[in-house]
Design a protein around this ligand. Structure first.
Ligand SMILES: Nc1ncnc2c1ncn2[C@@H]1O[C@H](COP(=O)(O)OP(=O)(O)OP(=O)(O)O)[C@@H](O)[C@H]1O
Length: 228
């Protein structure tokens, strides 16, 4: 079915890592479309290439062949500056470990990417406070990451990823480091925020219960992205 422009479109993407004998092929002419507003779970065994796929989709790694379109824009010919700019404006990335800046408060961690993008301080702070409040952290704005629980830290990381109102959210096992109860809570908050913002999300998870809450589930088989 033809709809609007995909938020993310991988076309014939190849990615391999050199080895002493034959190269290790992770993605082999993989195609994948993620539509605006769609939440898709990426569920695949360890080592099949989930992180590789997310890094290529998030313009953190270049594919060896093929094209990655973000919001309809082809990225293969962009230089590093162009890729960084597109990543900053269009893509939010949540990692398994939060990677928050330890000496900055929860609020400041969410303000920072907006300031880098050039937003005035007051606007950035308002947006950060609003996001963190939505994420249930309204009473934790001034806490340093070290003063927050694992689930709270990960919610701040989600806020940071959403700070610049991306149209595409990529998450690499965002709750993989949390206990089951906290994991469910953080995941639900992430889904609620994604739904409220109408963005497209591709979320890698090992947790099938969480994956079922998404619109669609895909896996990686023989280097291709296929329905689970
Ligand atoms: N820089 C690299 N150089 C060589 N091989 C790599 C490199 N990065 C990843 N690989 C290999 O590519 C394969 C896919 O790695 P990737 O991290 O994408 O898997 P994954 O599905 O995310 O795994 P996990 O669920 O364990 O995080 C693995 O076999 C890994 O060892």
């Amino acid at each position: 079915m033809q709809r609007e422009t995909p938020a993310l479109f991988l076309s014939q993407v190849e990615r391999f890592y050199p080895q002493t004998d034959a190269p290790l092929e992770i993605l082999r002419k993989a195609d994948f479309a993620l539509w605006p507003g769609e939440l898709v779970a990426l569920v695949a065994p360890s080592g099949t290439g989930k992180s590789t796929l997310l890094h290529v989709a998030g313009l953190l790694e270049k594919p060896d062949a093929g094209e990655v379109f973000v919001g309809g824009m082809a990225t293969a010919k962009l230089d590093d500056k162009g890729r960084t700019r597109l990543r900053r404006t269009e893509i939010g990335f949540v990692y398994q470990f939060h990677h928050l800046l330890p000496e900055f408060s929860a609020l400041e961690n969410v303000v920072l990417p907006q300031r880098i993008r050039g937003l005035p301080k007051q606007l950035a702070e308002e947006r950060a406070a609003e996001l963190l409040t939505f994420l249930g952290l309204g009473a934790r704005l001034d806490h340093l990451p070290g003063e927050l629980s694992g689930g709270e830290q990960q919610r701040v990381a989600i806020g940071r990823a959403m700070a610049n109102t991306p149209r595409l959210l990529l998450a690499d096992e965002p709750t993989g480091n949390l206990d089951p109860h906290t994991s469910l809570h953080v995941f639900s908050t992430l889904v609620a925020l994604a739904r409220a913002s109408g963005l497209a999300a591709l979320i890698a998870t090992h947790n099938l219960d969480l994956a079922r809450r998404m619109d669609r589930q895909v896996t990686i088989r023989d280097g291709l992205v296929v329905p689970l």
